[in-house]
Design a protein around this ligand. Sequence first.
Ligand SMILES: [Zn+2]
Length: 142
Amino acid sequence: MPNARLHQIIGILLVVIFLALNYIVPVFSFSVIDIILLIPIILFYSILPDIDIASSRSRRMVTAASLVIILACFWLDKKWLGISISVALLLLELVKHRTFIHSITTALVFSLPFWFYNPKFFVVALVSYLSHLALDREVKLF
Ligand SMILES: [Zn+2]
């Protein structure tokens, strides 16, 4: 089973290939700032599917960020949002490894928020996520 570092290296390589192809046939224009912002997205999205492993790096990152957000929700009197995030974190405990989290549908759903910010970030997040699935040989629709 590939580890997190290998997933991140392959994710970066695929996005470099994507950027090189984009340079040859320009679909998107990437600025230097775009590329700097893309690095943490690539590093995170290439390991995100392993959020279904309790001890994974991505689970620890999401849990830590969620706890901060939950505290902020209660601080800002957004209790229902805090409770919803808490429930989502608890439900994550029930998800088995390499089930629906390791699917193309989840890749699209998890990458979708970037579409509303910047479509080229969506594509890079999606490519990073899909590179993880390909390396795990778990490319399935659902
Ligand atoms: Zn995986």
